[in-house]
Design a protein around this ligand. Structure first.
Ligand code: GLU
Length: 428
């Protein structure tokens, strides 16, 4: 078992790329630690009158290219190290797709599924109260991440505007449509990954109807991806959520799963609305129940991790049968697994490119919040496609020129763009 942590895994990749692009020693230091790490405790009053306190973080990795940007996750395992790694990945990601932001991430160490809606709202507002002076449209603009959603973004904006006595729709993205959200933001993470996958499939002259896809995670990214792929003729052979998954070699209809989700939304609880909380209970013909670990090793062509990090490791990488991996989750593959996959000829489209559609649509939302414009769904979709394909092209080019994997190439593109901004600022 490896003793690595999310941040040491990030550093392993970072350092190997810095070496490959011959960066001078002194310059490396700028990438070693985040610019700012903010830590607070959030106290809420539970519905039964008792008090509860949760550790919370906002880690601001780098803002050379623009305001800090990145989501806030509510998860019991969100600790400082994990949030730090995710903040660093955000800085690389915004640079890979060339949008004018830096990278940050937030986290609250809480299991929101154990809280009532009222209690979740308190956590959201307490977060803004504690970190307010470090947030703002030109300073640091949060967004949704694991277990956070548009409602939570709305409470956070409202709290911020109350505290600062301002109108600040651009202080946060991923808001509800009726409260400053952008069309297309909800589907953007999946949509962006879908554009890249389609481009890859086209370039390789593959036929979508021959492509069997397994998707781990049925949250915002995984569920929308399943639908896009199904509609385009791909065969979605497996999906899963935190409770487990289902597999059918003939293909699964994601629309049926979405219907089941609607039907059982009430029994699966308030918080779980919008995700399938227990796919395993679905009564479907010709489907087999599988575990999340089994899903990763299925006989399929494309594997899409769309849940949490650290799932493809040195322990299971050699058993992965898919030829292509599209990382909609952040940090799903460890550096050791990367090496095994490369040896086995598996092409990995890395998180910092594959899931950048979310933050790209956030940039569109931020722009609309500042200008007062409202873009149509068509404009958002066209611009998202353009930005994603440009990012993909830059990564492909770098990979070819420097003989790198796509992850290394994406890091190289991101690091070079960050360095260029740091140079003109006179930081180096
Ligand atoms: N949480 C998303 C990510 O990891 C979106 C961040 C954003 O929109 O700022 O990319």
């Amino acid at each position: 078992m490896s003793t690595s942590t999310p941040y040491t895994r990030f550093q392993t990749t970072l350092h190997s790329v810095l070496k490959k692009i011959n960066l001078e020693r002194g310059d490396n230091a700028l990438f070693d630690e985040p610019q700012f790490s903010h830590k607070k405790d959030l106290t809420i009053t539970r519905d039964d009158g008792s008090k509860d306190t949760f550790h919370a973080f906002r880690i601001q990795y780098n803002n050379a290219r623009g305001p800090f940007k990145g989501g806030i996750r509510f998860h019991e395992h969100a600790d400082e190290d994990e949030v730090k790694a995710l903040a660093a990945l955000m800085a690389i990601k915004t640079a890979v797709v060339n949008i004018p932001f830096g990278g940050a991430k937030g986290g609250v160490q809480v299991n929101p599924k154990e809280l009532s809606k009222k209690e979740v709202q308190q956590v959201a507002r307490a977060y803004v109260q504690e970190f307010q002076e470090n947030l703002g449209p030109d300073i640091d603009c949060p967004a949704p991440d694991v277990n956070t959603n548009p409602d939570i973004m709305a409470w956070m904006r409202d709290e911020y505007e109350k505290l600062t006595r301002s109108y600040s729709p651009a202080m946060i993205t991923g808001k509800p449509l009726e409260f400053g959200g952008s069309k297309g933001r909800d589907t953007a993470t999946a949509r962006g990954g879908f554009f890249i996958l389609q481009e890859m499939v086209d370039r390789l002259a593959l036929d979508p109807s021959d492509m069997r896809v397994a998707i781990q995670g049925f949250g915002n990214a995984g569920a929308h991806m399943a639908k896009f792929l199904h509609n385009e003729g791909y065969i979605v052979v497996a999906v899963s959520d935190s409770q487990g998954g289902i597999y059918s070699p003939e293909g699964i209809d994601p629309v049926r799963i979405a219907k089941y989700k609607e039907k059982t939304g009430a029994v699966t609880g308030e918080y779980c609305e919008g995700s399938v909380c227990d796919i395993g209970r679905m009564k479907m013909d010709d489907v087999q129940k599988i575990t999340n670990a089994e899903l990763l090793e299925l006989d399929c062509d494309i594997l899409i991790p769309a849940a949490l990090d650290n799932v493809i490791t040195e322990d299971n990488a050699k058993r992965i049968k898919a030829q292509y991996i599209l990382e909609l989750a952040n940090g799903p593959t460890t550096p050791e697994a990367d090496a095994i996959l490369e040896k086995n000829g598996v092409r990995v489209i890395p998180d910092v490119l594959a899931n950048a559609g979310g933050v790209t649509a956030s940039y569109f939302e931020w722009s609309q919040g500042r200008s007062g414009e409202q873009w149509t769904a068509k404009i958002v979709d066209e611009r998202l496609k353009r930005v994603m394909l440009e990012g993909y092209k830059a990564v492909r080019r770098e990979a070819r020129r420097e003989d790198m994997t796509y992850r290394e190439a994406a890091f190289a593109v991101g690091i070079k763009r960050m360095m260029a901004a740091m140079k003109v600022r006179g930081w180096i």
